[in-house]
Design a protein around this ligand. Structure first.
Ligand SMILES: [Zn+2]
Length: 204
């Protein structure tokens, strides 16, 4: 796994160099849960390669639908959804970054600044007892269909954060980063939306 750590360090360095002024507003799903125990399948689970391809498909088939459902303008965000081929240091499987200005205590989103990162491999790797990052074996991985559902929800969740920036929802809670993750109004809202979107999509 040496090459993998190298990639991680590289990503971290790039972050520090280019993105350190970004507010890390964020995200994700089941940070503390182990996907290994959440899902067990008798069939072979999804491969790394299939996960990357399905993530691309999910983005292409859902990004316009989600934004339309949210009813906010596209400031180019739909072209700034990136799939990261690596394991996130934070443990999150998606991120939505943004920049904002603060004038007289009012936070305002900087148009064109938000971007999203998705980490498909977060769902397929886990840490073992000695702290090494290892692939989850094929019989304990989720199926392709479970992965597709999960990734669709992650995308809806991250785009909801974009909606929060555009609508000023986020600006109502300038101090929420000091709250526990699961108590932040933006997270509660984004989790609710991702399920709502997925259900409405299923019933169409
Ligand atoms: Zn979130």
């Amino acid at each position: 796994m040496k090459g993998f750590s190298g990639v991680l360090i590289f990503i971290v360095v790039i972050y520090v160099i280019f993105f350190s002024d970004y507010t890390q507003e964020i995200v994700e799903v089941n940070k503390t849960s182990s996907y290994t125990t959440m899902f067990t399948t008798k069939e072979k689970g999804i491969t790394d390669n299939e996960a990357m391809l399905i993530t691309e498909e999910v983005i292409e088939s859902h990004k316009h639908l989600i934004l339309q459902d949210l009813g906010v303008m596209d400031d180019g965000i739909l072209d700034r959804i990136y799939i990261v081929d690596g394991y996130p240091q934070s443990g999150f499987d998606g991120f939505c970054y943004e920049k904002h200005t603060i004038t007289n205590g009012i936070m305002t989103y900087v148009q064109g600044s938000a971007y999203i990162e998705l980490y498909p491999l977060r769902i397929l790797y886990s840490y073992n007892e000695v702290g090494e990052l290892v692939p989850i074996d094929e019989h304990h991985r989720i199926s392709k269909e479970q992965f597709r559902e999960h990734m669709t929800k992650i995308l809806a969740h991250e785009l909801r954060h974009y909606w929060q920036y555009q609508t000023g929802f986020d600006a109502q809670y300038p101090d929420q980063q000091s709250l526990p993750y699961e108590e932040r109004p933006s997270e509660i809202d984004a989790y609710a939306y991702m399920d709502e979107y997925y259900e409405s999509f299923q019933s169409k």
